[in-house]
Design a protein around this ligand. Structure first.
Ligand SMILES: *Cc1c(COP(=O)(O)O)cnc(C)c1O
Length: 387
């Protein structure tokens, strides 16, 4: 039907003139690495969250931010960290960086988010931390997770790579009261800095440790030394840190993407609503909605093929590609990947809901750079295959 149309990719960033001008300004300024723009981006992010005093630490990826957050929580060998199998490997790999063990649990089939009951059942004397993932941009039941954590004395680090801006009970994710929340600005996320992330915490001590570990374990960063009035060459190494700082070139993008985020979210909501309306009569399970009054970031629009639909998921995706439309699968669960499967002797039967979801899910294009015609084209393709 649409062989003449150009390929519609699964995801694309939307970069405007303001972002480009700010990057050019940075390039001309003589300060390209972490400096004034990274600082401004951190301040703007805190303001966006509605808490100017909350600590925002800009990093070069969400993976880095998760690593720093867990390190600052003191996670190490002998500890166990509980997370969902239905996620990207970054959520769990950072636990292994620190020599701790990952305990994977299944999802709630209604939300595809981690099931708090299974979290509680997985707690052992070695458990130290829970990493909930707000899958696709729908908030995890943080009230339940924080309750469990309080009851058992556990840390909570939120993987909010999908959850900007997502709310639960009208509170933005990032302000729910966990130990730390980490957002991603990877190219396909709800806003982008190319590569980048933000670690958010109200815990001043955790923030201090993460800032030091972000840059080699130095007690003063380069911008601080460069702009200081006292002799600027002196610093001390207080720990074997990492190289996780965000550059000002990336922050220049972030400053303007953040300003556009409310508009981006509205557009995503609009596209998701168009899909919901167009697919309501098809043998498809539509994505779960946020609770009335709350915000779903709509990072992903995940369709599930119902049992009535005999077509295999892989065939569905092949047919979408044949019509020139990119799709993806979120996720190949961690328990199916060789590393995780072999490291912990995992079997699909341990994760029936994630396994079942994996076999029947596909993510269709949903991004702000899509035109209305692009949206209609996706709708027509899905209807042609599933109708
Ligand atoms: C994208 C993503 C990450 C990693 O983000 P980066 O910024 O690429 O490091 C972590 N967790 C989830 C669930 C993601 O989707």
């Amino acid at each position: 039907m649409s062989s003449a149309l150009p390929f519609l990719p699964f995801a694309l960033p939307e970069i405007g003139e303001d972002e480009i001008n700010e990057v050019v300004d940075t390039l001309r300024s003589g300060w390209v690495t972490t400096g004034p723009k990274a600082k401004r981006f951190e301040q703007d992010f805190a303001a966006f969250l509605g808490e100017p005093q909350i600590e925002c630490i800009a990093v070069n990826s969400a993976t880095a931010g998760l690593h720093l957050a867990l390190e600052a929580c003191g996670i190490g060998p002998g500890d166990e960290v509980i997370t969902t199998t239905h996620t990207f490997t970054a959520t769990a790999e950072v636990v292994r960086y620190l020599g701790a063990d990952v305990v994977l649990v299944d999802i709630d089939p209604a939300t595809l988010n981690i099931d708090p009951k299974l979290v509680e059942a997985a707690i052992t004397p070695r458990t130290r931390c829970i990493i909930p993932v707000h899958y696709a941009g729908l908030a995890v039941d943080m009230i339940a997770i924080l309750d469990i954590a309080r009851k058992h004395g556990l840390r909570v680090v939120e993987d909010a790579a999908h959850a900007l801006p997502t709310t639960l009970e009208r509170e933005l994710i990032g302000t729910m009261g966990s130990d730390a929340t980490v957002f991603s600005f990877y190219a396909n996320k709800t806003m982008t800095t190319g590569e980048g992330g933000m670690l958010v915490t109200r815990n001043a001590e955790l923030a201090k440790r993460a800032r030091v570990m972000r840059l080699h374990g130095m007690n003063r960063d380069a911008f601080d030394r460069f702009t200081a009035k006292t002799p600027s060459w002196y610093y001390e190494i207080v720990a074997p840190g990492f190289k996780y700082n965000m550059t000002d070139i990336a922050a220049a993008l972030g400053i303007h993407q953040l300003k556009r985020l409310p508009g981006f979210q509205k557009r995503r909501e609009q596209i998701a609503q168009a899909y919901n309306d167009a697919f309501a009569d098809l043998p498809l399970i539509l994505p779960p909605q946020a609770i009335e009054g709350d915000v779903h970031s709509w990072h992903l629009y995940v369709l599930r093929l119902s049992d009535e639909l005999e077509i295999e998921r892989d065939t569905f995706i092949e047919r979408m590609y044949a019509m020139g439309i990119g799709c993806s699968v979120h996720y190949i669960p961690l328990h199916l990947h060789p590393y995780w499967r072999e490291r912990y002797g995992l079997r699909p039967e341990q994760f029936p809901h994630s396994q079942r979801a994996f076999e029947r899910v596909l993510s269709i294009p949903l991004y702000t750079a899509m035109t209305d015609a692009d949206v209609q084209r996706v709708i027509a393709a899905v209807r042609a295959i599933a109708g």
